[in-house]
Design a protein around this ligand. Structure first.
Ligand SMILES: Cc1ncc(COP(=O)(O)O)c(C=O)c1O
Length: 395
């Protein structure tokens, strides 16, 4: 695995390093094709070669979702600018037509969706739409059994992420689908945190929209993947003939190529995650032993937690310990899961939704391990946290 220049990088959910197979393929690709990145819409042989690359990448992405790409498949892939773009396009495609008709559509989502989804609530409500948020358990699992009672005749979309990027807790999308299907309501699922960590079977999930972001699995950033039914009419802010008119503008050929290569490694990455979970468990045990006041989030018996994520809270402090910043000063990259706006740290909306108070939420950390993580790095983090916490306790 390539080493990362930052001393200890334990924030793989923010962005994973390029997968070695992607590095190698990109190198060969650039050596072979450079400087010609032909336009896949061109009719000449170079254009056709570029088109083939795009098609091949789509096929590899489909395979990573457990289906054979063929014309009988009901799904299409549209490449967009980011995972955020994919989520927001899915939402706008579902809700905009009803808003345009002057209806008051209703949208059900979980309160732990990524900010790229949450951001659409303000847009939707300002246009007259109504939103309901599903309850979640204290472990962070969406209470699927409550969904039925939230459904109204005007419900036009249900959005539930397949795995949460902060806690690593997964949702049982098939159970949600059973309910949405009965009521003929489209389902949108953000699979960005799940891809490459646990199996995704597109046909079993059977959503209207499924979103992926390749730089979380060793591809390049600046590309989002929207998997959608062929019949879906996508909301489209960029008019042009590309991608069947679904999103104008020349395709991001290198990003798409790298995404296809990363997709080919998905099964290996899932297997690796099983090994990484041993390392995660070892770190968890070490921390529990060395810092007894620590709280491990999402490790209850009834939830499935992604194998590479460890989510911690140091409860009961009367101030923000700025744990992620302190770790950064020690050369360790982890995430507080909080957005920093206008200089003030904001607690994670996910943790607040779990019922955590503001200070405990601020004093929480997400650690996400990767294919290249070694025990040394875990120990470095554990030792730093032990020091930080013992110092905080004596203040
Ligand atoms: C679960 C989830 N959804 C959506 C996004 C947004 O993806 P992107 O950064 O490609 O816009 C992220 C990024 O961290 C994510 O973790």
């Amino acid at each position: 695995m390539p080493t990362i220049s930052h001393a200890t990088y334990l924030d793989q959910n923010s962005g994973a390093p390029l997968h070695p197979s992607v590095v190698e393929a990109l190198f060969l690709f650039l050596k072979d094709h450079s400087p010609l990145l032909a336009n896949p819409s061109s009719q000449h042989s170079e254009g056709r070669r570029a088109r083939k690359l795009v098609t091949k990448s789509q096929e590899d992405i489909f395979r990573s979702l457990g289906i054979q790409p063929n014309s009988a498949n009901d799904y299409a892939i549209t490449f967009l600018s980011s995972g955020t773009d994919a989520n927001q396009t899915a939402i706008r495609s579902s809700l905009e037509p009803f808003l345009k008709k002057g209806e008051k559509p209703h949208w059900i989502l979980s309160p732990i969706e990524h900010p790229s989804v949450q951001a659409m609530v303000t847009w939707f409500e300002s246009r007259g739409g109504e939103v309901s948020r599903l309850p979640i358990s204290s472990e962070g699992q969406v209470r699927i059994e409550a969904l039925e009672s939230f459904i109204r005749p005007e419900t036009r979309l249900v959005s539930v992420m397949a795995a949460n990027n902060e806690t690593g807790i997964t949702s049982h999308i098939q159970s949600i689908l059973k309910i949405t299907q009965t009521h003929c309501i489209p389902l949108h699922t953000d699979c960005i945190a799940l891809w490459g960590k646990s199996e995704i079977n597109l046909l079993e999930m059977n959503p209207e929209f499924l979103c992926l972001s390749p730089y979380k699995v060793g591809g390049l950033s600046g590309l989002g993947i929207l998997v959608h039914r062929k019949s879906a009419k996508l909301w489209n802010p960029i008019i042009g003939p590309q991608q069947g008119g679904r999103r104008g503008g020349g395709e991001n050929l290198l990003g798409i190529f790298a995404a296809g290569i990363a997709a080919r490694s998905i099964q290996d990455q899932i297997q690796e995650t099983l090994k990484i979970s041993n390392l995660r468990n070892r770190l968890e045990d070490w921390l529990v032993q060395e810092i007894p006041s620590i709280q491990i989030n999402g490790n209850g018996p009834d939830v499935f937690r992604l194998g590479h994520v460890l989510h911690l809270t140091f409860p009961g402090y009367s101030k923000n310990l700025s744990l992620a910043t302190q770790c950064d000063l020690e050369g360790i990259s982890v995430s507080s899961g909080s957005a920093c706006s206008s200089g003030a740290a904001e607690p994670s909306h996910v943790l607040l939704a779990l019922g955590m108070n503001r200070l405990d939420a601020l004093n929480s950390l997400r650690i996400s391990l990767g294919l290249d993580t070694q025990w040394d790095a875990c120990l470095k983090l554990g030792t730093a946290l032990k020091r930080i916490i013992s110092h905080a306790g004596s203040q």
